[in-house]
Design a protein around this ligand. Structure first.
Ligand SMILES: NC(=O)c1ccc[n+]([C@@H]2O[C@H](COP(=O)([O-])OP(=O)(O)OC[C@H]3O[C@@H](n4cnc5c(N)ncnc54)[C@H](O)[C@@H]3O)[C@@H](O)[C@H]2O)c1
Length: 283
């Protein structure tokens, strides 16, 4: 089966990046958000990212034009009814994701493949509300999607080999390197990353050191490109909190329990770089 048309659900940090990469690769890409305001915000994020790529010599004005020609935007889920592949990148909440897939299952033709960009949630559970459980997988991209070369393909026990191979071919066509993980909370990367990020918050919380020194410790001491506190701001404190909660619910292991400071910051709306304030403040 050949994928020509892609539907993206959600145009936040991740959805906008996935949409940009799909459109740049040549796929007709339609993006759905819940409001005009969110859609405008996502669209301007894509434009800014394309302009940045041109500035850095990584794309041409012609490639930007081609990408924009391939992109369209909507607030209606029904407008995704003719796509060959859906990539869901809505908020990290099982009920929201199930609602999206259940509705799309009733709208899309039988051949349409469903993929979720979830960081931690069960793919089989999402598929259980549809009549196409053999056609759903996880396609976990990394932030910022146009720059990060990795995609984690999450292979549930229910998927057909043919569908998985089609999805893998698609991911590779985006210029990504694919790794394959089981459908288990956090897959490979977040299974290891989330306890590390939560430990960094605990270190701030208990006064081990300043956030700046914790970041410097991990960049200069371990050669990481950014420290854990900066990375938390980059990923989004709300998203990290939702991922930790989901993993804690599954494993009941305190390594995944969100520290009170993280919860407080999320409740305060200090969700990181995307809103201008997290552990650090941004222009
Ligand atoms: N932030 C990261 O680094 C990262 C990395 C990999 C995967 N993810 C995953 O990607 C998904 C999105 O994360 P994000 O960082 O882009 O979050 P975000 O908060 O930046 O964006 C989420 C967007 O989804 C929209 N949305 C919510 N419900 C929707 C619906 N029913 N239909 C369409 N849009 C809807 C919201 O309006 C919002 O704009 C989550 O599942 C997250 O776990 C995040």
């Amino acid at each position: 089966m050949e994928i020509k048309k892609v539907g993206i659900v959600g145009c936040g940090l991740m959805g906008s990046g996935v949409a940009e990469v799909c459109a740049k690769t040549g796929y007709k890409t339609i993006v759905r958000e819940i409001s005009e305001e969110a859609l405008k915000k996502g669209e301007s994020r894509i434009l800014k990212s394309l302009d940045k790529a041109i500035e850095k010599g990584k794309a041409t004005a012609e490639q930007k034009k081609q990408a924009l020609d391939n992109l369209s935007f909507t607030t209606k889920l029904e407008d995704l009814k003719e796509v060959d592949l859906v990539i869901e990148a809505a908020v990290e909440n099982m009920e929201e994701k199930k609602k999206v897939f259940k509705t799309l299952d009733g709208l899309c033709p039988p051949h349409t493949i469903f993929a979720s960009n979830t960081s931690s949630l069960s793919i089989v559970e999402m598929g259980s509300v549809t009549k196409r459980i053999s056609k759903i997988l996880g396609m976990h991209f990394f932030n910022p999607v146009p720059v990060m070369k990795l995609v984690e393909l999450v292979k549930p026990i229910t998927i057909s080999e043919e569908v998985f191979e089609t999805a893998k071919k698609f991911a590779l066509s985006l210029g990504k390197t694919a790794i394959i993980a089981k459908d288990t909370p956090g897959f490979i990367v977040n299974l290891l990353l989330i306890p590390y990020l939560l430990d960094a918050v605990r270190a701030v919380e208990s006064g081990v050191a300043t956030k700046e020194d914790i970041d410097t410790g991990m960049t200069m001491g371990c050669g990481h490109p950014m420290g854990p506190i900066t990375l938390l701001d980059f990923v989004g404190l709300d998203t990290t909190y939702f991922i930790a909660e989901a993993m804690y619910q599954e494993f009941k292991d305190t390594r995944y329990a969100a520290p009170p400071l993280l919860k407080t910051m999320v409740l305060a709306g200090y969700n990181g770089r995307k809103v201008g304030r997290g552990f650090y403040t941004y222009q």
